[in-house]
Design a protein. Structure first.
Length: 495
């Protein structure tokens, strides 16, 4: 095995250790629970949900369906998150290949090393969502594009079409990556390349034809209505996260990236060579800046929704490190950069909303009675209870017959506006308080489980009306708080 490949194996080993460390320490949060819950549904239900509401990340859900069919859906944070770890490691391999294609193996190795110790990349690799799969597909699309422009011919353009389609199946915001690639190829000023890119893009679009029913049936953009309007500071916060989570690291990445671009610019003999060397700049900046500007019209700017652009930042820094001479000086700068990365790694970066469904479910199982009533706000919170109780999939014989007011239902998710965050009913009850009279008559004890009850659109607490109604009708409340979750038992005296 050659020296660069031995180095890459060591980097992947280091990355694996960092990503597997405490992989199951935190409870799944509501987005991860949705991933697991959808993955264990039958094909008919899955297709109904994908075309009705959740076509985004379809490739990831398909992979998770196969994975959980193999290992089972019993409560296990490690098994639920392991595919994301694998995709995260594979994205580092792809980053190595892109760096090698642009410069030489040392640049690719340094880029992969910086990605391996990037606390934000580690955090996203420990989440049961599609983001590391998306980053992998996007990196492979850039690799195929660079090889096609370097004379790879039709096989390379076909690979570009395929990897771009896979990226689109992983996340719809691949359109921002494709726009960056169009700008990149356009600046090279060669009509034949633009024509080949257009034909390949058409091929990718043809592979994505199954998406068409989703866009026809669901065009209101409900999946991103929770994204708030952005401010200039959000741009700085995003780049800080992409650099690994600290201001010092951000400064180091900017300096090293600038050095890499400058050396590449000066070392290239012609305009096209200079543009080619600047590919990571287009990969990083064009999607981020475009989404930021679009957000002034329609809020779409969120760091995880642009994660496919994130690997370009360690790639830029890796190119800069490889350009430093003499080598002992480069080694010293690399060690200093790794030392800066250690701080965010040890302290951790919060890439998700913390929710302790594991502890909340243990309390509910120990404290509830068969005759109790249940209300979950938001509706998807019911997935957390069912997952950690072991009822989400598999043998249903031990599952009690819960009386849940407007309980979560996958088929209704595909069709009912109540599940979509176009209004506060996504997090509250579709019927408001109208159904509480009959429900209260059946139950002297009602559990109200609150998570994500604050509506990002209106800014209000969507549980207020329910809580007020219960108090007015003679229920007294006891509250237990878990991380990100409030559990309230409402009980009234029975005469």
């Amino acid at each position: 095995m050659s020296t660069p490949l031995l180095g890459l194996a060591a980097v992947i080993g280091l990355a694996a250790g960092l990503r597997l460390h405490e992989l199951g320490a935190r409870s799944l949060w509501i987005d991860e629970l949705f991933s697991v819950g959808l993955a264990v549904q039958d094909l008919r239900t899955t297709l109904a949900v994908l075309y009705g509401e959740e076509a985004n990340m379809a490739l990831y859900y398909a992979i998770m369906h196969l994975w959980l069919g193999l290992v089972g859906a019993a409560p296990s944070e490690v098994l639920a998150r392991l595919p994301s770890v694998v995709f995260g490691l594979a994205s580092l391999w792809a980053l190595y290949l892109v760096g090698t294609e642009l410069d030489h193996p040392l640049s690719g190795l340094l880029a992969a090393l910086l990605g391996a110790v990037n606390a934000y990349h580690v955090g996203m690799s420990q989440e049961a969502r599609a983001y590391t799969l998306w980053a992998l597909c996007a990196a492979l699309a850039w690799l195929a594009l660079l090889r096609a422009l370097g004379g790879g011919g039709r096989p390379a353009w076909a690979a570009y079409a395929l990897t771009t389609a896979l990226a689109l199946y992983s996340h719809f915001f691949t359109v921002f990556i494709v726009f960056a690639q169009i700008v990149f190829v356009g600046l090279r000023g060669r009509w034949s390349e633009l024509r080949a890119l257009a034909l390949s893009a058409m091929g990718a679009a043809a592979l994505c034809l199954p998406f068409v029913p989703f866009f026809v049936l669901s065009h209101e953009g409900s999946q991103i209505l929770h994204v708030r309007p952005n401010a200039p500071r959000d741009l700085l916060d995003l780049f800080r996260l992409y650099a690994g989570g600290s201001t010092l690291l951000l400064g180091a990445y900017i300096v090293l990236g600038g050095l890499g671009v400058a050396v590449g610019w000066l070392g290239s003999g012609d305009w096209r060579g200079r543009v080619r060397r600047g590919a990571p700049v287009f990969w990083l900046l064009v999607p981020v800046v475009t989404a930021f500007l679009v957000s002034y019209v329609k809020p779409v700017f969120k760091e995880r929704y642009l994660f496919a652009a994130m690997p370009a930042f360690p790639l830029l820094a890796g190119l800069g490190l490889a350009a430093i001479h003499p080598r002992p000086l480069g080694l010293a700068v690399a060690l200093a950069t790794l030392a800066l990365s250690a701080g965010p790694l040890s302290g951790g970066i919060n890439t998700r909303q913390e929710e302790n469904w594991r502890a909340a479910t243990q309390y509910l199982l120990a404290s509830s009675r068969e005759s109790d009533g249940w209300i979950f706000i938001s509706k998807r919170g019911q997935l957390g209870y069912e997952y950690y109780a072991g009822w989400l999939a598999g043998d249903q014989s031990t599952r009690p017959d819960l009386d849940v007011l407007e309980g979560f239902d996958w088929r209704e998710l595909a069709n009912a506006a109540a599940y979509r965050p176009t209004t506060s009913t996504y997090r509250a009850l579709e019927s408001g308080t109208a159904g509480l009279s009959d429900f209260g008559a059946r139950h002297s004890r009602i559990w109200l489980v609150l998570a994500h009850e604050f509506d990002a659109v209106s800014g209000g607490d969507t549980s207020t009306a329910v809580r007020d109604w219960l108090i007015r009708h003679g229920y007294s409340a006891q509250q237990h708080t878990f991380q990100g979750i409030r559990v309230l038992l409402y009980e009234r005296a029975v005469s």
